[in-house]
Structures are given as C-alpha cells and as structure tokens.
Design a protein. Structure first.
Length: 182
C-alpha cells in the first residue's frame, strides 16, 4: 500500500510533470535546470537554447560563429561560478559548458551534384548549450541566487527542479529575478 501511495505522489508531483514537459521542449528564451543535493555535494545541469547563448543555432562553421560560441560557453560557466547559496558555505568545484546539436539536423544535410543550397540543416537545426556545475556545501541550503540575465539578454526564464533530502520542488525565475527559495 505504501508503494502505491508513493507512486501516486510522484505521478502528481509538479517536478515530475515539469521534467517530462521540459525534456521534450526546445523554446528560445527558456532555460531548464535540475539541481541535486546529496549531503555536501550540490550539482546542477542547465540546458539553454544555443540561440540564447551564442546568437545562432546549428553548426559553428565559421570563425565568427566559433568565437561567439566560445564566448557564450565561457559566460555560462562564469554565471554558474557566480551562483550563491543561502544557508551554508559553498565552494564551486567545477563549471563546464558545451554545445549539443540536435541529431535531427544531420538528417537534412545532404550532398547534391548541382550548385544550390537548400538550407535544410540551418532551417531545422535545434541546438542547446549544456552546463554541468558542482559545489561542495556545508549547512542547510535554503536558497540559490542565480543571475544569467546580463550575460544572456534574450533569455527570459529559467525553470528549476530540485531534489533535496527533505523534499523536492520546482520554480521558475523570470527575467530580472535572481533569488530562488529551495
């Protein structure tokens, strides 16, 4: 009976619904973050549409695009290192960002013997940047201060989901808000 009750709670949980909704969505201006708290270990995975990180989607196939991508990924790492946790002392261990392409775009790349560009790859490409960050914390973490807005002017929201020893939750930061109660 307890197992059924537990599964029922998980099925109606806002985090369960938000996570399944977020995994399928690629919405420009909307980032998604998952936080886990395991003892003193805090980890975050943040996914942001590439258009909001570098100003384009698809391949970084020119020197200018490569430079914009590199600058955007470095800015994403800096935002993570600047994050602050209330209720405890935290030290940043790592912040690594990378780009991820949508394999669907590869299906549209093809070679023709005639001389014109269909533009399929760029038209259908969806790509994201993914940040993986980790902190070592002591104390009872009650809130996160996270401020991506100045670095990423086209970003409008960051949806957070988290799980801690005392429960789970979800919330959305809108442009200009930086404090997330946990």
């Amino acid at each position: 009976m307890r197992v059924v009750a537990l599964f029922s709670l998980i099925a109606v949980s806002p985090v369960a619904h938000t996570q399944s909704d977020n995994l399928a969505a690629h919405v420009h201006g909307a980032a998604n973050a998952q936080l886990t708290f395991d003892g003193s270990d805090v980890q975050m995975v943040l996914t942001v549409p590439m258009i909001d990180v570098a100003g384009f989607e698809g391949n970084a196939d020119t020197d200018e695009r490569k430079a914009r991508l590199d600058a955007g990924l470095r800015a994403l790492e800096a935002v993570a290192r600047a994050a602050r946790f209330a209720g405890g002392e935290c030290t940043s261990r790592t912040a690594q960002a990378a780009s991820q392409g949508d394999e669907h775009a590869d299906e549209h790349e093809h070679d023709h013997d005639h001389d014109h560009d269909h533009g399929h790859a760029e038209e259908h490409a969806h790509s994201d940047a993914m940040l993986k960050a980790a902190w070592t914390c002591s104390g009872d973490i009650r809130a996160l201060t996270f401020d991506p807005w100045q670095s990423f002017p086209t970003l409008e929201t960051v949806s957070f989901e988290w799980i801690k020893a005392d429960g789970q939750g979800s919330a959305k930061l809108a442009r200009g808000t930086t404090d997330l109660p946990l």
